[in-house]
Design a binder for this molecule. Structure first.
Ligand SMILES: Nc1ncnc2c1ncn2[C@@H]1O[C@H](COP(=O)(O)OP(=O)(O)O)[C@@H](O)[C@H]1O
Ligand SMILES: [Mg+2]
Length: 244
């Protein structure tokens, strides 16, 4: 297992946003964490990265992560694409991508320019617009840029927080197509999504989080056929609730 989360609890003051969560991600797996708005999905990712107060244990590549510092984790290949994308709006597309490799530049790592070519091959649109300022890109292009920038850190485990949020259906399809290409290339993904159908189709395994607690887990294909999942996340009513 590349990631083992055991008994993770995330607190904001008196509020427990995540309670006693246990999940694992195997090398090369695509794992999805689905659940409604406010369920605690973002808090799980932040808890793994140590961006919020947690209790419980997080093991990455077999080692217990105690003090977790994002830059050090990035160098170990643990990288997140945050929900709000957090791009540098006044820098070009290419500079944003290169900043994703900043810790690698500092260590004089090789292969950075090859990785830039690789990201451009995944996202031809980013290549076309490499001199454009990130802030002037569409929402979908910004999401692609956020994913591309994370890939420039050469992740061994990529955490994605709702990459499809707020994007038009066609763009969502494009984003999922890229994720399936990453999967085919063996990049390990932990994908947080509200788009349960597409996420479960892509994923090897899935977890369902409700009000801070895991309520279901299983193979993606099994969850897609589970009556409770269909009722809550895939049915017509669920789609209406999600605004689709
Ligand atoms: N910084 C914060 N301070 C206080 N409460 C928070 C904070 N961030 C999130 N929460 C609360 O924690 C719960 C889970 O939030 P979040 O992890 O963002 O859920 P999700 O990503 O599934 O929508 C929600 O009730 C939310 O209001
Ligand atoms: Mg969230």
């Amino acid at each position: 297992m590349i990631l083992e989360v055991e008994n993770l609890t995330v607190r904001y003051g008196a509020v427990e946003a995540v309670r006693h969560l246990t999940l694992s991600v195997g090398e090369g797996e695509v794992i999805t964490l689905i659940g409604p708005n406010g369920a605690g999905k973002t808090s799980v990712l932040k808890g793994i990265l140590g961006l919020v107060t947690t209790s419980g244990q997080v093991r990455y590549e077999g080692k217990l992560l105690r003090r977790r510092e994002p830059e050090a984790l990035a160098l170990k290949g643990l990288v997140m694409v945050p929900e709000k994308r957090e791009l540098f709006a006044s820098l070009t597309v290419e500079d944003n991508l290169l900043l994703g490799a900043f810790p690698r530049f500092q260590r004089r790592e090789r292969g950075i320019w090859e990785d830039l070519d690789w990201v451009y091959s995944l996202f031809p649109r980013l290549k076309e617009r490499r001199r454009q300022l990130a802030g002037t890109m569409s929402g979908g292009e910004q999401q692609m840029l956020a994913i591309g920038r994370a890939l420039m850190g050469r992740p061994r485990l990529l955490l994605l927080d709702e990459p499809s949020l707020g994007l038009a259906p066609l763009i969502v399809r494009e984003i999922f197509h890229i994720l399936s290409e990453l999967k085919a290339r063996g990049v390990t993904l932990l994908l947080v999504e509200q788009n349960a159908r597409m996420a479960l189709r892509l994923a090897d395994r899935g977890y369902v989080l409700e009000a801070g607690e895991l309520v279901m887990e299983g193979r993606g294909s099994e969850l897609l056929q589970d009556p409770r999942v269909i009722e809550s996340y895939l049915g017509i009513r669920a789609q209406e609730a999600a605004g689709g």
